[in-house]
Design a protein around this ligand. Sequence first.
Ligand code: SF4
Length: 476
Amino acid sequence: MTVQTIPIHPVQQVEFDGGLIQRLSQSGPRYTSYPTADRFTDEFGYRDYLQAVTHLHARGTRHPLSLYIHIPFCDTVCYYCGCNKIITKNRDKAATYLGYLKRELEMQGKLFAGFNHIEQLHFGGGTPTYLSDAQMDDLMQHIRRWFQFADDAKGEYSIEVDPRSVTPERIHTLRRQGFNRISLGVQDFDPEVQKAVNRMQPEEKTLETLRASREAGFRSISVDLIYGLPKQTVMSMNQTITKVIAANPDRIAIYHYAHLPHLFKMQRRMNDEDMPSSDAKLDMLALCIRRLNEAGYVYIGMDHFAKPDDELAVAQRQGLLHRNFQGYSTHAESDLVACGVSAISSVGMCYSQNAKTLDDYYDRLDQGELPVVRGYELTMDDVLRRFIIQRLMCNFELSIRSLEEAYPIKFGAYFALELEQLQELQQLGLLTMDDEWIEVTLKGRLLIRNICMVFDRHLQQARRLQSEPLRYSRTV
Ligand code: SF4
């Protein structure tokens, strides 16, 4: 395995150390939240959520909100998928769902009356474009009735699009409906790989969607790829990445396929013998990083790359990058209100999750309650650790002095156990530290989850009790 130092920006680098990755890669959370969603309990319910919103009112907080809308439906299943989705061709299901979703939005809108300003909206799924033009129009009008949008230049309004489900006209309509960021699911251009994962997506269809997004004036166009899928080889990955670079999107995400067949039954449909070896997967990752860096993309963190002038890269340079349930974000201060089946909100000091099945989701709304079924109230210790994990994930460094100024702790005493573990990682070359700073090294960046896991008190406790859930993906 080779060691490559790859300059990607005058001040930004990442180093691929295959040997170290092979040695340290393990199962671990992606830290879209801390504590992670598997710590939520059903002791937290609707009334706790109401209380969290009441506290926000009492504090007089006036930060703009983020709004997430979950559309769970898909036409066909992609075998690798671990999302919460419902596979159906029966469009009536979407009409029923929309009725309930609008009810939930109205209830949330009333709760947030007086501070319902939105600067960030994200439609995820499932397949948000499963909805027809008319349904999307109706839904967007409804959202605007209950929430006030910042104008187009200031707000970040994004939608995940499956290119198979749209025409160029539809892309222009989405732009008119208010979306200004678009994220295209591609995964791999190779027809053999597409067949193996049951996602046949002609290359021309993807490129046509990308061109239409640019013509329609989307400000940031993002492409999602996955490495580690069946039938993928370093050669085929090279061809895919070449085509993606030629298409010139603003952001590229390259996710590691999380093979968790004990959790996701559909993953058992893929042949084990078609899976690339760990060595091949690492070679694919090294290749993608090298090619993207040569093409001028900045490494944002985890699986994300962006052009240097994309707002994610700018936010990172300014220390304003944030991480939430949708991944990296530029809106650090926002409370997140999430609507739809299984959606997770982050309001004040709480996380709350909606019912995971449609029946349960509908029943609760029929009872006149928000469909919150589980959640978590953060302790001060959680808040402190969340701050540390956020800084490390987003900036690759932590100012110990700033932390001690913001929180009533002495870092060395409070995190004595963690420091011992960090020293081990320091010896391995993942980070450097002194009394004032922890800095992640270039080769530590790809293993950032390993570093964050040191600060995850819940995970460490579970490991001590040998009760760690088997639901995490590999860290690289
Ligand atoms: S990857 Fe996207 S389109 Fe495929 S099943 Fe999952 S949510 Fe649906």
